[in-house]
Design a protein around this ligand. Structure first.
Ligand code: PMP
Length: 280
């Protein structure tokens, strides 16, 4: 595999970082997940802008412009001759100091891209995945910048996912610091009720690019979309649920613990139109 590494495309054995990297020790890294559908990169500009903003929220600057990052990604895709894939840029603080304030640490940027395997089989993608309400909560917005897609923000996602899988579920549903429904480990959540979409207000977790795309798309389909606080007690009142994210696309949810959701025509319509948009 080739990697775009600090400005050059090299073989992956040459794209190496120090074991004393600040990013490795303290999670001072930022990353993106981007999809390539039939040779077209979905929402590249938005992802590159978010990457730069995530770094700024952590107090460091990626030494490449958005245009340069877009260019690097395009160049790597060409080089790898990928058609359908996943692209992972990651920027991190280097090894110059392990002091917490990272005085003068160099900022590195690497980009990898690979063929994309579907994460769930066709039946699950159609019928829906299972989720469990996690005892692990989302980060408090005063503890970390929740709008940053930062390595250090993902520890609770990793733990919640490990626990959910051990308990036999596909995904975990995390609540915020006040106990309201927030999101999955790496995807946003929507609910269907009375012909409308209801989704948590995105001020306490990452407001995903897929989430924003789905809201626009749903409104063009004439659906009402309401973003508000959602109590866990309401989960039983919803007719259906689905997740949105770069990795999952739009993914139906068939179960949250002992609550079962029936297939929904609204979810099916959102999935179809989202897919068309990705391939457009
Ligand atoms: N929340 C979290 C915690 C995520 O990791 C992701 C994946 N980036 C999302 C939501 C969905 O974001 P997007 O639609 O931009 O992929």
């Amino acid at each position: 595999m080739s990697i775009w590494f600090n400005g050059e495309i090299v073989e992956d054995n040459l794209a190496t970082a120090s074991v004393l990297s600040h990013g490795l020790h303290y999670g001072t890294s930022v990353f993106e997940g981007i999809r390539l559908y039939q040779g077209k990169i979905f929402r590249l500009e938005e992802h590159s802008v978010r990457l730069k903003n995530s770094a700024e929220l952590l107090g460091f600057e990626i030494p490449y412009s958005v245009a340069e990052i877009n260019d690097a990604i395009e160049r790597l895709i060409q080089h790898q001759q990928l058609l359908d894939g996943y692209i992972r840029p990651v920027a991190w603080l280097g090894h110059e100091s392990l002091a917490l304030n990272a005085p003068g640490n160099k900022v590195h940027l690497a980009i990898a891209a690979w063929d994309w395997p579907e994460l769930f089989d066709a039946e699950k993608r159609h019928q829906g995945i299972t989720m469990t309400l996690s005892p692990v909560i989302r980060n408090h917005p005063k503890a970390v910048p929740v709008a940053a897609k930062a390595g250090g923000n993902y520890l609770n996602s990793c733990l919640a996912m490990q626990q959910a899988r051990k308990a036999g579920f596909d995904e975990a549903l995390l609540t915020d610091y006040e106990g309201y429904v927030a999101e999955a480990t790496g995807a946003n959540i929507f609910f269907v009720k009375n012909g409308a979409l209801i989704t948590p207000e995105p001020d306490r977790f990452l407001n995903g690019i897929t989430r924003q795309t789905v809201i626009e798309l749903a409104r063009t389909l004439g659906l009402d979309v309401i973003a508000r606080r959602i109590s866990v007690h309401e989960l039983a009142d919803f007719e259906h649920a689905f997740l949105t994210g770069t990795a999952y696309g739009v993914l139906p949810v068939s179960q949250i613990d002992n609550l079962n959701y029936q297939p929904s025509e609204i979810t099916a319509a959102v999935i179809k139109h989202y897919r068309n948009l990705c391939l457009a």
